[in-house]
Design a protein around this ligand. Structure first.
Ligand SMILES: [Fe+2]
Ligand SMILES: [Fe+2]
Length: 460
């Protein structure tokens, strides 16, 4: 067994070279470039100096990157409200990104614990540790800027209210196919089990992995000997119910192949982020070239994209290539890897918002956020006016929903190209059939209408 601390760099390079050239060179080069870069430091100093008042009169991204863009509310909004909607879009998106990057911190450490047991991946483990270090600064930047912006625009009353409600309830009731209980019942486990204790989940995962736990993550062993860690937000939490996520966490922390395939899920997140973050990057470049004022959040997005480009390279390399070095997957491991992509298609990119450009989920879990925006000091609407505008903007066809439908359509072939090299994936995943099937304005309007009715009734 080789540990990250016991292996010298030379040993590591030799082992890597034995295991194949191309992707190991990519890992070495990415780690080197990432170590040499100073983007994280730039983000940290921008976070420190951020003051909303200094940035409040400028667009942080192009107008298309605004909450409600293209909907009747946006048409109605004054110039200052449009500016606020542009800032609130940045805050909303990066609040989600912060939660997803908290997922990265957890799963990078779990993966490092698995690869340490496999041996020969010291540089990769160092790169993942570096990413984890960087994500802490990213999360801090998004939270600090988000907090100051929300206080300035929405007031203290808004704080404590999540920008999205907890979506677990929705996933639990909506997700019959991947309800862990239903699924395991089909495999012959207890029919009466209401929820799964951590020890039962451990037994199931051990059994399904043929009692092969020699690669069980040292991180989980050391930090989570009693309870299985929980993710309460971000992309992973969107994918499935809490029980199912714990089940996946154990699988990702037990099998080297499945550890590598967590990065397929992460890549879907990287691609979704880049779809809009690149636009902030271009704005930064344009402002810099013209010697114009660059708002701090725009600069944070710019440097974040640069930091994340290293992470994206790793997600792609690990999920598409590195798995070929690892022990060949069993049928069970292939099944779990397929389920993860299936869940991602269904719950992470399985639709699109009518009011948040580049968000590839319908607006079911965002109703309360939109309501709070409209009743906040930015719009100061009465309950009746807010509901009226929400219904017009979220439940009817308009330019906003058509634009986001196009963004979703553009993402489908990009996702297909990403999964194409993974030959263990089922056709439904390789061709992104669930994502394509749900790419429908009619379906979004249908679910938004039902969610809006529930939401408005809950206020009475
Ligand atoms: Fe990040
Ligand atoms: Fe990242």
């Amino acid at each position: 067994m080789v540990t990250t601390t016991a292996t010298t760099n030379t040993d590591d390079i030799n082992l890597l070279e034995e295991k194949g050239k191309k992707h190991n060179q990519i890992i070495q080069k990415t780690y080197q470039n990432n170590t040499d870069s100073d983007y994280t430091e730039k983000i940290a100093s921008l976070t420190k100096k951020f003051n909303y008042a200094d940035n409040s009169n400028y667009y942080w991204g192009k107008p298309e990157l605004s909450v409600f863009y293209g909907t009747p509310i946006y048409e109605y909004a004054s110039d200052s409200q449009k500016l606020a909607l542009n800032h609130l879009y940045w805050v909303t998106q990066y609040t989600q990104t912060a939660a997803t990057e908290a997922n990265t911190i957890l799963y990078n450490q779990i993966t490092t614990g698995v690869l340490t047991k496999v041996g020969g991946y010291q540089t990769l483990c160092q790169e993942l540790d570096l990413e984890t270090y960087q994500e802490r600064f990213h999360i801090n930047a998004f939270q600090q800027i988000g907090y100051k912006t929300k206080i300035s625009l929405l007031g203290k009353k808004f704080l404590g209210n999540p920008l999205y409600k907890n979506h677990q309830q929705e996933i639990n009731s909506d997700n019959k196919l991947f309800n862990l209980q239903n699924w395991l019942n089909k495999l012959g486990f207890s029919k009466t089990q209401e929820s799964f204790s951590d020890s039962l989940l451990r037994s199931i995962v051990r059994l399904m992995n043929g009692n092969n736990v020699k690669y069980y993550s040292s991180y989980l062993e050391e930090k989570y000997s009693e309870n299985i860690p929980i993710t309460r937000g971000g992309l992973v939490a969107y994918a499935a119910s809490q029980s199912f996520i714990k089940f996946l966490t154990l699988n990702w922390g037990t099998s080297p192949f499945l550890a590598s395939q967590y990065y397929a899920l992460r890549m879907i997140g990287n691609m979704s982020l880049k779809a809009y973050e690149y636009s902030y990057y271009k704005l930064f470049k344009h402002l810099e070239k013209n010697n114009e004022f660059i708002p701090d959040p725009t600069a944070v997005s710019y440097y974040h994209l640069l930091d994340e480009s290293f992470h994206t390279t790793m997600s792609q390399t690990i999920s598409q290539d590195l798995y070929k070095d690892l022990p060949k997957p069993t049928e069970y491991e292939k099944l779990i890897a397929n389920i993860v992509i299936y869940l991602a298609q269904k719950n992470i990119v399985g639709g699109f918002s009518a009011a948040l450009p580049h968000v590839f989920r319908n607006d079911v879990s965002a109703m309360s956020t939109f309501y709070r925006f409209l009743t906040s000091p930015v719009f100061n609407m009465s309950k009746e006016d807010a509901l009226n505008w929400m219904e017009r903007s979220l439940c009817n066809e308009n330019e906003g929903i058509h634009l986001n439908f196009k963004h979703h359509q553009d993402m489908i072939p990009a996702m297909c190209r990403f999964v194409e090299p993974m030959d263990f994936l089922w056709p439904v995943n390789r061709e992104m059939k669930i994502m394509s099937k749900n790419s429908s304005i009619e379906k979004v309007l249908h679910s938004n209408t039902a969610a809006f009715q529930n939401f408005s009734q809950s206020l009475i």
